[in-house]
Design a binder for this molecule. Structure first.
Ligand SMILES: [Zn+2]
Length: 251
């Protein structure tokens, strides 16, 4: 192949805990009625304060140890401010510069995939778009559910390796009872950053981010498709710079 891919993953996983990350509302992914598991804390009412869920931290550390991470002796939370209807507080509590786990790796056939960091944050609510309606509804049952985010170094070389990494990670998450990691229920969400470059080039190619993928197989197939698309674009004289926007894979 005249071009080689550079692939990194960002994986979000909802942790399986009794209650939410910063309040005692239930974390029940099977609750069918909207806005049942809510309280002033996860609704962002003025004057309320978050209290950390110890069980969620323990589960995250367990995952970090299983993935050979260094566990931070000091960690903190940060506010990520943005406005969106599914985020009642106007900010998400996340971890920025001091994640709980870093410098890990997961071994797949042939080589190690380095894990840059794993941190904990809170999930958002869910927007519902009734068919034919000119409005949307919002369900806050999921708002504030503990969410781990894992970021790999760009060590993955193909869709096949994504599949192997994701399956092994899912096995570990289930074995540790950290998460059911069911992608169909969006309990595990994979985002792929992919670019291609000439093997001799030190500079990375233009990156495309693949999101909203609902199965491991689809993440693998979408990545292989994207590698082929970018390679053909570069071979036909394009630079990839004009596609400097996020592409959603719908496969
Ligand atoms: Zn709550």
């Amino acid at each position: 192949m005249s071009y080689e891919p550079t692939i990194g993953l960002e994986i979000h996983v909802e942790l399986k805990t009794r209650t939410k990350m910063f309040c005692d509302s239930l974390n029940d992914p099977d609750e069918k009625h909207p806005n049942i598991n809510v309280c002033p804390v996860c609704m962002g009412h003025p004057g309320t304060l978050p209290v950390i869920n110890q069980g969620a931290i323990q589960k995250l550390i367990r995952v970090g140890l299983a993935l050979n991470c260094r566990i931070a002796e000091f960690s903190k939370f940060d506010r990520k401010n943005y406005f969106y209807p599914d985020l009642p507080k106007g900010y998400q509590i996340s971890q920025y510069d001091l994640p709980l786990c870093n410098n890990g790796h997961l071994e797949i056939t042939g080589h190690k995939i380095r894990i840059e960091r794993i941190h904990i944050e809170e999930d958002t609510g869910r927007l519902l778009h009734p068919e034919g309606a000119d409005y949307s509804l919002v369900d806050f049952n999921r708002a504030g559910v503990p969410l781990m985010e894992l970021v790999t170094h760009p060590d993955i070389k193909s869709g096949e390796e994504i599949e192997e990494f994701a399956k092994e990670l899912r096995l570990i998450l289930r074995y540790l009872a950290a998460s059911d990691a069911d992608m169909e229920k969006a309990q595990m969400r994979i985002e792929v950053n992919v670019s291609v470059k000439k093997p001799e080039s030190k500079k990375l190619g233009t990156k495309v981010e693949l999101k909203n993928i609902n199965s491991i197989k689809a993440a693998s197939a979408a990545t292989d498709y994207e590698i082929k698309r970018q390679t053909e674009l570069l071979e036909s004289g394009g630079t990839g710079m004009k596609t400097n926007k996020k592409l959603s894979a719908n496969v």
